[in-house]
Design a protein around this ligand. Sequence first.
Ligand SMILES: [Zn+2]
Length: 443
Amino acid sequence: MANSILIKNGTIVTMDENDSIVTGDVYIRDGRIAEIGENIRTDADETIDARSCAVLPGFVQTHIHLCQTLFRGAADDLSLIDWLKKRVWPMEAAHTDVSIRASAQLGIAELIKGGTTCALTMETVRYTEEVLRVVQQTGFRATVGKCMMDKGDEVPPQLHEQTRASIDESLALIKKWHGAADGRIRCCFAPRFAVSCTRELLQEVSELAKQHGVSIHTHASENRTECEIVEQETSLRNITYLDSLGISGAQVVLAHCIHLDDDEMKSLARTGTNVAHCPSSNLKLGSGIARVAEMLERDISVSLGADGAPCNNRLDMFTEMRTAALLQKALNGPEVLPAARALRMATLDGARALGLDEEIGSIEIGKRADVAVVDLYQAHSSPTSDVVSALVYSAQASDVRATIIDGRVVMRDRALLTLDEQNVIDEANSEALALAKRAQISV
Ligand SMILES: [Zn+2]
């Protein structure tokens, strides 16, 4: 592995506190950003020519499911509860260690090729360690949580856990993997959602997360039926219920948060709880549109994620930035959620939601080198008088020329360097077919 990398002659979108955009070079040494400026070096172990390219911090997606990548196209046109019960749960239940590896490899291949360098991922109930191994081998940066499910109807037996066993397995993964690969790999607790978890489990997770200094990643208020079930069972609104159990605060990431009342909005703001907004998934599942502009006005932390492949069906941050901005304009007027804000949500705000903003999320000296180089010299993105506008409104995942994670080039000239892409696609296709058979789903 090269110890030093020189990215030359790019337009550097730093995402620093002044949103500085500078023309020049980025020099990376021993995994970190060492210098930024014009003609700073002539020599490095590896040089990347970034002429006509934007050089930006790699995207941070704060809600995905690597285990679901094999289900792409196998659960279309359903609403959340049917999507889960008829398709996604039976397919998660049918996973083997081999199929989950294929799923994680395919997901990471797509993420890296689209400039995503870090993700918060909720896995399924079993085989989470296989995903962690794939993260380790591919050089990807991730916070990984084993899905916790100790309650619910129509849950396949393979996904139904005893409370104690679920907590013990999560703790064992945290002990073994949290902070691995020099901090590139982190673990968290990932209770699926309030409908799938007992009060006892959620309460204990809240205490243990604080004790171990790890995040909690869950879904909340994505769908009206989900909110009604929680309200019937607890007599509390979903976010209020979670807050009453301690599932709130800076270490918590709640995916979706669409159906909120005013008190729930206030609670998110007061507790500093992070919201992961997944606009494409929300549209495709017909879940609704989160009031993101209002959240931002209330200083609620909002970052972005693609969610899983079966509800998007892309894992592409360019699509999410653009869709997030356009949706809020339709709701609130064209001035709302400008491109620079969307880009910040996709980078630094995501890093902050994961407690990683001291390390990643911007191109600043001393930070870990997670960088995407995006070629803007394309018919669909020219002319590029405004590089931020080009990145948010015109660019696409296939424009990413190089992706660097932790100072290691993992994709260069569209070629993956830590995965054999053809092999990954072949395996994904054959494993998906076999999995659909085991799950007795025709696709
Ligand atoms: Zn999700």
